[in-house]
Each structure stands twice: as structure tokens, then as C-alpha cells.
Write a protein that binds this ligand. Structure first.
Ligand code: G3P
Ligand code: MG
Length: 247
């Protein structure tokens, strides 16, 4: 029986070895031995959920303008890097299921689209993974999105996502019936780790790209990390796989 959550998550699909938030990235993560991938989901101008991080197209595609203003016809014709298209959420879900990967679906609403994005993504997550052996994990920086996910897809685990964990995180965890706590590795206090340990709430940290930082976080009690450096942390290509921690 594999532990939950897995120790390593490929951040934004394939990290830095493949264009971020693409199907190629997800395939690469699986090929390198990852059991889990995190990706960001936002709505297109036509309301279609797609994998993309920024609210605007410039950084990760050859397009311009806002994702929420771009029709599907234009969006899916864009190059998201190395000839990869911006994936539909449904395509990413099917691929994760096929590869047996745990998907951390980060609901990433454009400003003003919190409710619409969360409703669409939560409902679809429930449908797309119905009956799947490996169930996904929904997370979001938006408490409103998690509240909607709790109501519309109660069976899907939820992770509360923060840059820096606020003092009242336990109340939020209870209200949102969360399963895990996700936060930036830079803003993680030992007090939070101690509070999470008692009730057995796993703490997952982003974005960890250095082995010494990963080692220190695991030693402090962190359960999992999100990494862009699939080359460094892959069980297939590196001795550093979490089973043989240096030091
Ligand atoms: O979900 C963890 C991490 O992905 C949050 O930060 O900006 O990379 O989506 P970001
Ligand atoms: Mg993310």
C-alpha cells in the first residue's frame, strides 16, 4: 500500500524539463517515476477549464492577452512550448488516470471568476475521476473555491493552499473539511508543523528545487514537496529519492 500523499509531486506538470502545465510534462513525470503531479486549472473565454498558470498568455505561450478573454478556437491553436498545446482539463485527467498518477488539481481562478471556475472544476473532477483507483486532490489559494469544492465534490480530498500559513488555519481546515495543508517552503513555521502533527494532517511544501532544502523539510516533518527539478529528484535518475536521505 503506497503512503498518502506521495512524497514527490512534479510541479506544474513536468517542472522545468518540459513546458509547464502540458501533457508532455505529465508524461515525463510518469516516465521519471513520479506518482503525483500538480497542475493549475483556469477557465478559457468560453468557460472551458484548461491547464495554465498565469492569467495572461505571454509567459507560457506564443499568444497575448488574458486567458479568460480568449476563445477556445484561439487558445487551442497556441504553442505552449515545444509544439505542445494548452491542454484541456479533461485531457490531463484522462492521462493521469491512464498513467496511474495522483493529480493535484489546483483551482486557479482568474480574478472575478472564483465561483464559476470552482463550480466547473469541482464538478468535472468528480466526473472525470469517478471510479478511479487513484483519486485526485483539489487545492486552491481561494477559500471560496475550496468551499464550493467541498459542497459539489465532497468525496474529493481538499488541500488548503497558502503562501504563509495563517494563525487560524485549523479553523479553516475544519470548515473546509480539508485533508492536507499546502504552503510555501519559505514561510513554514515549526509551530505549524507541530499543530499539524497531532491530528495527522500532512503538510506539503512548494516549490523545492534543492536537495538540501528537501532533506531539511522532510527532517522537520514535511510529508511531501512540489518540485520543478524532476532531474534531481527522480527515483529513476538520482540516488536522492527520499528513501536514502543524505545526512
Ligand atoms: O500548488 C502548489 C503551487 O503550485 C502553488 O503555487 O503559483 O506555482 O501555482 P503556483
Ligand atoms: Mg500551482
Amino acid at each position: 500500500m503506497n503512503p498518502w500523499p506521495p512524497r514527490w509531486f512534479a510541479h506544474r506538470g513536468g517542472g522545468t524539463l518540459a513546458p509547464e502545465n502540458t501533457l508532455a510534462g505529465i508524461r515525463l513525470a510518469a516516465r521519471l517515476g513520479y506518482r503525483a503531479v500538480e497542475f493549475d486549472v483556469m477557465l478559457s473565454g468560453d468557460g472551458t477549464p484548461v491547464l495554465i498558470h498565469d492569467e495572461t498568455l505571454e509567459r507560457t505561450t506564443n499568444g497575448t492577452g488574458r486567458v479568460c478573454d480568449t476563445a477556445d478556437e484561439q487558445l487551442f491553436a497556441l504553442d505552449a512550448g515545444q509544439g505542445e498545446a494548452v491542454p484541456r482539463f479533461g485531457e490531463a485527467a484522462a492521462l493521469c488516470r491512464q498513467l496511474g498518477l495522483l493529480a493535484n488539481v489546483e483551482i486557479k481562478p482568474a480574478a472575478g471568476y472564483e465561483r464559476q471556475t470552482a463550480e466547473t472544476v469541482a464538478r468535472l473532477t468528480s466526473q472525470l475521476w469517478a471510479g478511479a483507483a487513484v483519486q485526485p486532490l483539489i487545492s486552491s489559494f481561494s477559500p471560496e473555491a475550496l468551499e464550493i469544492a467541498r459542497d459539489l465534490a465532497p468525496e474529493i480530498r481538499r488541500g488548503l493552499l497558502y503562501e504563509r500559513v495563517p494563525a487560524d488555519w485549523r479553523q479553516a481546515m475544519q470548515r473546509l473539511q480539508g485533508a492536507s495543508l499546502h504552503c510555501s517552503a519559505l514561510g513554514l513555521d515549526d509551530a505549524v508543523l507541530a499543530e499539524a502533527r497531532g491530528p495527522g494532517i500532512p503538510v506539503l511544501c512548494y516549490t523545492v528545487n534543492r536537495p538540501d532544502q528537501a532533506t531539511a523539510l522532510f527532517a522537520r516533518g514535511v510529508s511531501a514537496i512540489f518540485t520543478d527539478r524532476l532531474d534531481l529528484f527522480s527515483p529513476e535518475t538520482s540516488a536522492y529519492n527520499g528513501l536514502h536521505l543524505p545526512g
